[in-house]
Every structure is written in C-alpha cells, then in structure tokens.
Design a protein around this ligand. Sequence first.
Ligand SMILES: NC(=O)C1=CN([C@@H]2O[C@H](COP(=O)(O)OP(=O)(O)OC[C@H]3O[C@@H](n4cnc5c(N)ncnc54)[C@H](O)[C@@H]3O)[C@@H](O)[C@H]2O)C=CC1
Length: 297
Amino acid sequence: MRLAVTGRDGQVAASLVESARGEVEVVAVGRPSLDLARPDTVFSALEAARPDIIVSAAAYTAVDQAEDEKDLAFTVNAAGAGKVAETAARMGVPVIHLSTDYVFDGAKDSAYVETDITAPLSVYGASKLAGEQAVAAANPHHLILRTAWVYSPFGKNFVRTMLRLAAARDEISVVADQWGNPTSALDIADAILHAAAVLSRDKGNAFGVYHLAASGETNWSGFARHILDTSRALGGPHARIRDIATADYPTKARRPANSRLSSAKFMAAFGWVAPDWRESAAVVVGRIVADHPVPGR
Ligand SMILES: NC(=O)C1=CN([C@@H]2O[C@H](COP(=O)(O)OP(=O)(O)OC[C@H]3O[C@@H](n4cnc5c(N)ncnc54)[C@H](O)[C@@H]3O)[C@@H](O)[C@H]2O)C=CC1
C-alpha cells in the first residue's frame, strides 16, 4: 500500500515517513510541486505519486499570523484541502484529512466528541472547519481526524520551544488555564497507519469525522513541567515554570480554554489504543535532547 502525504517537512508528514513499515510505503509531496496556495498544482503533484490513500496533513498552521492572513489561511486550509480531497476522489482513493481541536470554542467542561457543535474562535480554526466541509463535500471516502497540541522530534513545536527557552533562562511563564491533550505526531502517524490498514481491507463503513489525541489531559504549564522534568533527568536543560493566566499572555488569536478530545470513536473503529501523553512526550524529549545536547543547568 502506498500513501501520499501532503507537506514534505511537516510534523505529521515527517512522522509518517519515519513510521512507514512492512508493505506500507509513504511518499511525501510538498512545495514546490504541490502548493495548496495554488490549488491548480495539487492534482498533477498527487497523481504523480500514484497513491492508494492520500493523507492531507499540510496546512497553514501559524495560528496567530492567520488573524492577519485570513485569505491565505482559507485558501490553503479550505480551498487547498478541498482540492486534495477532490484529487483523491478523481483517482478513486480515500483521503485522510487532519483537522484541529480549535474548531471548538472551549466552553464545554468535558472532552469534546465528534457530534459536539463547532464554533471556532480564530481565523485558523474557522479555516480548518471550512477545510473539513470542503473535504467532506469533495470526497465521500474521507476520514477527518481532529487532533490537538501536536509535537514531535521534527519542526517547530512546544517541546522544542520549552527546551530552547530552558537552555537560556531560569524561569519560563506558561499559561495554566487552557486544557487539552498533547499529542505526539509519532502517535498520529501510528494511528493513521492503523486506519489506512482498515480502509484497505474494508472499503466500507468507517468514513467520517473522528477525534484523535493522546490519553490523559493537562494544561500548557503542566505539559511544560513534564517536558523539563524529563529533560533534567536526561541531563538536558531545565527551568522553573511559573503559571500564568491566558489574560496575562495576550495573543492575536483566541484559543479555547478546553479543547480536550475524546478519541473513543477512533479507538473503537480502528483498534488503536491512545497512549498516555506523558509517555509519548518523554520519548520525544529524549530524542530531541539526544540529538541536540545542551549543557544541563
Ligand atoms: N501543530 C498542531 O499543534 C496541530 C496541528 N493540527 C493539524 O494537523 C496537521 C499537521 O500539522 P503539523 O504536521 O503539526 O503541521 P506543520 O506546521 O508541522 O506542517 C505543515 C506543513 O504544511 C506545509 N504547508 C504550509 N503551507 C503550504 C502550502 N501552501 N502548500 C503546501 N504545503 C504547505 C508546510 O510546508 C509543512 O510541511 C495540519 O492539518 C494541522 O492543521 C491539528 C491540531 C494541532
């Protein structure tokens, strides 16, 4: 089975390429040949990869910048994503599209399930919701996987930022009133491979929207503490974490106070077990600290 994933160097794309195993081959297709801001590039770039399944992971992911670049965010995340799904439909293959917890407003006081009402607070969230709708309209054979708080050994992410800051400072202020499920892109890749195996066996009934996140929950401050405690145990950088409120750290884009996701539907459909976020985070911290040793403090 051959998977084409959009976005050559994205966290999920790089994790899928690394995780490919057995008879599964993963081809990453990205700029310049596939540019979601130029939807006319999408069909030829993906057709050339001859996939059995297309994984739509590339996106405009700069959440704050999107507030100033609404047109570009919507072109990439809505029109571009729709074009990827339409390409899959033309080729007669399913599309697995990544979406986000930021389609919710965070007002719920428990984990979100797939049937909950969406109400994005940000341009990014709205553009990703429009992307979900475009994908569903273009190709009935879709899985829309909403994930959250993604980090990995690749690219820019919260884990890397905390380790970089800890190497330079004694104390880091981190918001403690936004709750969610930090999710390793390596686990997302594993879950996508599970889902792809099911789709290739049973072309039938699994299509639809799913939540896909690690198990257990925390806030950004708790996530930061776990990252730096793990790092210190490995001889990497460490710093004190000071809890602050969202109101003390103004950002252009509003973020949900609660974006916890229940992955129960995905686990039941695809026989995947969501790992505990702490264990997965420790793996990624270990890899980053081993790859880029910084003096312990
Ligand atoms: N990073 C996160 O915390 C979260 C991400 N997601 C979603 O998961 C998916 C994967 O996210 P990550 O791998 O973390 O993203 P990332 O930011 O690591 O990578 C995004 C990829 O998209 C590519 N890209 C951006 N604009 C493009 C364009 N115009 N044409 C072609 N490629 C373009 C980038 O080059 C990069 O390869 C995305 O759909 C994202 O919206 C969902 C929830 C949280």
